[in-house]
Write a protein that binds this ligand. Structure first.
Ligand code: MN
Length: 234
């Protein structure tokens, strides 16, 4: 017999799946840091020597975004330096521990365009004080993600334009092929630290050009083959 819950449970965050009326249930959100060389340098790192590192966002930080329709994105509290980081998001349909790089892509359900929204002032303070990054990285609604494009329709994108504009002005513009650690490498390395499972998302890092957005501005994040999402900061 299944126990009933003592309080009402929040439904899981979900993402829409292109070409399907089914939705993708989100389990954990993993993010990789400094995965594009020029961004690693702008954050004070050394891309040639640094091993990949990971952090998590709360899974209910997902803000599911429709394709090509501007939606509202609430400016979060406790910051005056709120940054966009456009990233390709990998969605897993299965997982495991110690996944081989050669087997990694078999666990991928699909891909989407996402934003790793960051309270940069709080993240910088955490770095200085050697504290965790949660308040900078895992804020409410800090993970806007567009509809998932299944592997069956989009394959495994490893090159193509990745960009974000703010009020039509280009802020970040790079290519997926500039990633330091490929998607199979990220999955393999991450699975040494955590048992990956169906429903997990991996934010694969952001290229250079991160910067602040203000209330009233509209961000448009785009990845070639994965479409665009558009959010007005409110
Ligand atoms: Mn990021």
């Amino acid at each position: 017999m299944t126990a009933s819950f003592a309080i009402e449970i929040e439904p899981r965050a979900t993402l829409s799946v292109l070409g399907s009326d089914k939705v993708f249930p989100v389990r954990r959100i993993y993010c990789i840091g400094r995965n594009y060389a020029a961004h690693a340098r702008e954050m004070g790192g050394d891309p040639s020597r640094e091993a990949p590192f990971f952090f998590q966002k709360a899974s209910d930080a997902v803000q599911a975004c429709p394709a090509d329709t501007t939606i509202q994105h609430l400016y979060p509290p406790m910051t005056s330096n709120y940054h966009h980081e456009v990233e390709m998001v990998v969605a897993l349909k299965s997982g495991g521990r110690d996944i081989l790089e050669s087997d990694a892509l078999s666990h991928v359900f699909g891909y989407a365009v996402g934003l790793d929204m960051t309270r940069r002032d709080l993240q910088d303070e955490a770095k200085t004080l050697k504290r965790p990054w949660e308040v900078g990285k895992s804020g409410d609604h800090s993970a806007p993600v567009g509809p998932l494009h299944p592997v069956s329709s989009v394959g495994h994108p490893s090159r193509g334009k990745i960009s974000v504009s703010v009020n039509g002005e280009s802020r970040q513009s790079s290519d997926l092929s500039d990633m330091i650690w490929s998607v199979p490498e990220q999955i393999a390395i991450l699975s040494r630290y955590f048992e990956l499972k169906a429903g997990d998302l991996i934010f694969t890092g952001t290229p250079e050009g991160v910067g602040k957005v203000e209330r009233g501005q509209t961000m448009r994040a785009y990845i070639e083959g994965l479409g665009a999402i558009s959010l007005q900061v409110a």
